[in-house]
Every structure is written in structure tokens, then in C-alpha cells.
Design a protein around this ligand. Structure first.
Ligand code: 4AD
Ligand code: MG
Length: 431
């Protein structure tokens, strides 16, 4: 028997030829002698009309029994109809109810909590589907960029004994007879791998045991991290801006339909080109103070301040040369004034704020050891990392881009939680 071929819902065009489509019922409206069914598949939707006169009795009976989210296979003739989506409607000649199942519980009037309890069903919504598609593009475009720029994809562990981003956000777990952590960032391992491959990257889940619930934090996210030998602070920012500009261009080219359906105004995205604007931390503080804040040069910029700055500047920009005391042990300190360091955050405009943290890594052995101890770690737990500065140490830099932060901004969503099919937050690891 030849394999049956199916036309995708969004690709149905008016034609003499009959089409067969499979998917789920998105909407259904039953009248006495005709029934409108909107079929949904991964590509989109297609309106179908079933009339008693055109269907055999069994098909008409099944159509009458059908309900939202049932799995169906339909056959019919696609004709032009400018009242339907895509200006086409399928006049059914056959209808098969493949799986009826139970009444679908998701409805508009349900509470947020109910929706979260039913995330496994809610992932079918159009809003979600559009976001998953943009996110798939973000991951794909970043891989393409790395590939085209001669980076090797690597696979560092996410079960680790060495914290990277401070003790307060570590998830620890029993690892046989000892303790291990879930990775906050695989940066330290990438730093080891540059000695064999020079240009490396990895896309892995990262975990942060942050207790607060905000629009921009989740406890598990996908981290796109790159590290490169012989690259300094300036070179590292160039890599980041080229890559982000590439991803923005990619989604504009491939996700026009998704942005339209998400009602995302893409004009800000369309004007994005590398190089990006760069402001020093001191300049950023000055700008904020000119806009009603009252901050010192070495104060820690909080979310509210970052958001304000992102709205004021109105395009992607780097804040560079942070106060060393706000950055982890691995960041290289300025040679002339160690109060400042070679660390930069790439900020998205429109109030979204930080997308990337990156910078040059400390390669002065004594400074690195002192900074690890100042953070309160046992140097034995980092001896492997310190070793990297003992054998052929080279200047090197890297960065970490949060796939969800980027998708959140690109789609212009209310919260970052919407960019994950099953967001992990303080109160939720189920479903
Ligand atoms: O700024 P972070 O903590 O930097 C690092 O982890 C470095 N070790 C990266 C590196 O140099 N390889 O995290 C990097 C990025 C942030 O800019 C943000 O996009 C994302 O990871 N991120 C989060 N995204 C969602 N929820 C959270 N709780 C996040 N924490 C960080
Ligand atoms: Mg950061």
C-alpha cells in the first residue's frame, strides 16, 4: 500500500485536486445540515466545512460527535473563500474521527494556576507554538553562527563540583557519597577546552536556585556559551554583537508569521546592526543620575536601573568595565586600577535588559587564587581550574547568552516563563 501523504494546514491552496490533512480540532461549530471545523497542525490552521449532502452517513455521524482537540483526518476540495483564514476553505468529502478522547479542559476562563497545572496541554496553544518556533530559530541561528565562525561544539558536564556564579544560587544534590551541584554555567570547563580547540561553545541547561520570582528569572534555562583563546575584552564584544545581530536577522527572515501572530512590532529589531553602542559602567551610572536616580559609580545596578537604562538607550548596548566587587573571581581586573574589571553585559532595548554577560578571564595566577579565596571557596575545589593558568596560559575571553532572555525580548513577551514549555520556578517542578 503506498504511504499516504498529508498536506500541511497552512500550505493548503485553492486547487482542483483534493487534499488530505491530519491534525486536531481547533474550533468546531455545528449547524443543522453543515459543520465548520477548524483543523490545527504544527504549520497553522485551515477551515473546513462538512455538509450532510457531501458526506457518507458514517463520516457525517463522526463529524457530529467530534469535539475540540480530537485527532482527525479529513479529505476534501480546497476552494477560495475570503472569509476563511488564508482565503481558503476545504469542502469535506470525507471525515475520520481518529481519536475522540475526553472533553479538553483548557478554556479561556480558567485561572492562571489551572493553566500552570495543565502546562502539558497548554503547550498546544497558538501563543506557545509561535514562541517555540522563534526559540527553535534562536538555537538554530546561534549554532549556525558558531559553525560559520569555526567554533567547535563541545559537551561539558552539567553535574559539577565547582561553582561558577557564587554560592547563593547553587542547587546541590547527593552524588553517591559526596555532594555535587547542578551547573550554573559551563564556562570553567570551556576555559579548559580552549587549550585543545581554541574556539569552543556549548548549549546546555543552567540552573540557578534563585528564590525570587521575577519576569526575567527562571530556575532552569538554556545557556549559549562561547569561549575563545587569544581574544581580548574588545574582541569578545565583537563576537557577541556579530552573533546577536545574526540571530536577529535570522528570526526576522524566518519567523515573520510568528511575530505577526504574536502581535510583535518588529521595527526595533529591523534596525539592529553590529557594532553595538558601548558605555562604561561609570557613564551608565551618570546617565541614570541624569534621569532621576541617585547612585555612586560603584553601586550595584539593580533590575529597575537596568530597565531604565535599556529604555533610555533604545537599542542594544554594552555596559562595560564593571566594578570588580560585583563580578565573580574569574573576571580579569584592570591592570592600572583593579577596582574595575574587564566584564561587560549586553543589554536589550525596550526595558528587557541583560541578555549576555561576558568578558576577559583573569590570567594572573596570584590574583585568581586570591579572588577565589575572597569569595569563600576552598582553593582545593578549584585546583584544576587554577592549573589552567600554570601550563601555557593564554589571554582568553568568553560569554554566556540566555536563550530565554533573547527569545523573551525578540517576541516582546510579558514574562520569561512564557519562553519555556515547562518553566521551572520556585513553586513548580510539576508537570
Ligand atoms: O550573567 P551570568 O550569570 O553569567 C555567567 O553565567 C557566565 N559564566 C557566562 C559566561 O561568561 N560563559 O549568566 C549569563 C546569562 C545572563 O546574561 C542571562 O541571559 C542568562 O544567562 N541567565 C538567566 N536567564 C534566565 N533566568 C536566570 N535565572 C538567569 N541567570 C542568567
Ligand atoms: Mg550577568
Amino acid at each position: 500500500m503506498p504511504e499516504q501523504t498529508f498536506t500541511r494546514a497552512a500550505e493548503v491552496i485553492p486547487s482542483e485536486d483534493s487534499v488530505t490533512i491530519r491534525g486536531w480540532i481547533y474550533r468546531i461549530r455545528k449547524m443543522k445540515d453543515k459543520i465548520f471545523v477548524v483543523l490545527r497542525d504544527a504549520s497553522g490552521i485551515i477551515q473546513c466545512i462538512g455538509q450532510e449532502d457531501n458526506l457518507n452517513p458514517e463520516a457525517w455521524k463522526m463529524l457530529n460527535e467530534a469535539a475540540i482537540e480530537n485527532y482527525i483526518i479529513v479529505e476534501g476540495n480546497p476552494v477560495e473563500d475570503n472569509r476563511a483564514v488564508n482565503n481558503v476553505e476545504v469542502k469535506l468529502t470525507d471525515f475520520k474521527l481518529m481519536h475522540k478522547g475526553e472533553i479538553f479542559p483548557i478554556a479561556k476562563d480558567k485561572s492562571k494556576e489551572f493553566m500552570l497545572d495543565n502546562t502539558h496541554l497548554f503547550v498546544r496553544s497558538f501563543q506557545s507554538t509561535n514562541v517555540w518556533k522563534v526559540k527553535a530559530s534562536v538555537l538554530r541561528a546561534s549554532r549556525e553562527w558558531f559553525f560559520e565562525n569555526d567554533f567547535y561544539e563541545t559537551t561539558p558536564p552539567i553535574l559539577t563540583g565547582s561553582a561558577c556564579e557564587g554560592g547563593s544560587t547553587l542547587f546541590s544534590l547527593k552524588y553517591f557519597d559526596s555532594t555535587a551541584y547542578l551547573s550554573q554555567s559551563i564556562q570553567l570547563y570551556l576555559e579548559a577546552l580552549i587549550y585543545s580547540l581554541e574556539k569552543v561553545y556549548a548549549i546546555t541547561p543552567s540552573f540557578r536556585a534563585e528564590k525570587m520570582r521575577t519576569k526575567r528569572h527562571v530556575n532552569e534555562f538554556w545557556h549559549i556559551e562561547g569561549e575563545e583563546a587569544f581574544v581580548d575584552f574588545e574582541g569578545n564584544m565583537k563576537i557577541q554583537e556579530d552573533m546577536v545581530a545574526y540571530i536577529v536577522q535570522y528570526v526576522l527572515e524566518h519567523n515573520e508569521k510568528e511575530f505577526r501572530e504574536l502581535k510583535r512590532d518588529t521595527s526595533v529589531l529591523e534596525s539592529i546592526k553590529a557594532p553595538f553602542k558601548k558605555v562604561s559602567y561609570k557613564e551608565a551610572i551618570d546617565t541614570l543620575n541624569e534621569n532621576g536616580f541617585d547612585l555612586q559609580w560603584d553601586d550595584d545596578m539593580k533590575t529597575e536601573e537596568e530597565r531604565a537604562l535599556s529604555n533610555i538607550i533604545g537599542e542594544p548596548f554594552f555596559v562595560r568595565d564593571y566594578p570588580s566587587k560585583h563580578k565573580p573571581f574569574y573576571v580579569k581586573l584592570h591592570e592600572d586600577d583593579p577596582k574595575w574589571c574587564y566584564s561587560a553585559d549586553l543589554m536589550a532595548p525596550e526595558g528587557f535588559g541583560e541578555l549576555i554577560t561576558g568578558g576577559q578571564r583573569e590570567d594572573v595566577l596570584d590574583t585568581l587564587v586570591r579572588r577565589i579565596q575572597e569569595e569563600g571557596w576552598e582553593i582545593e575545589d578549584y585546583s584544576w581550574y587554577v592549573d589552567l593558568r600554570k601550563y601555557g596560559s593564554v589571554p582568553h575571553s568568553g560569554f554566556g547568552l540566555g536563550a530565554e532572555r533573547l527569545t523573551w525580548w525578540l517576541c516582546g513577551l510579558d514574562t520569561i516563563q512564557e519562553t519555556l514549555p515547562f518553566p521551572r520556578t520556585r513553586n513548580r517542578v510539576y508537570p
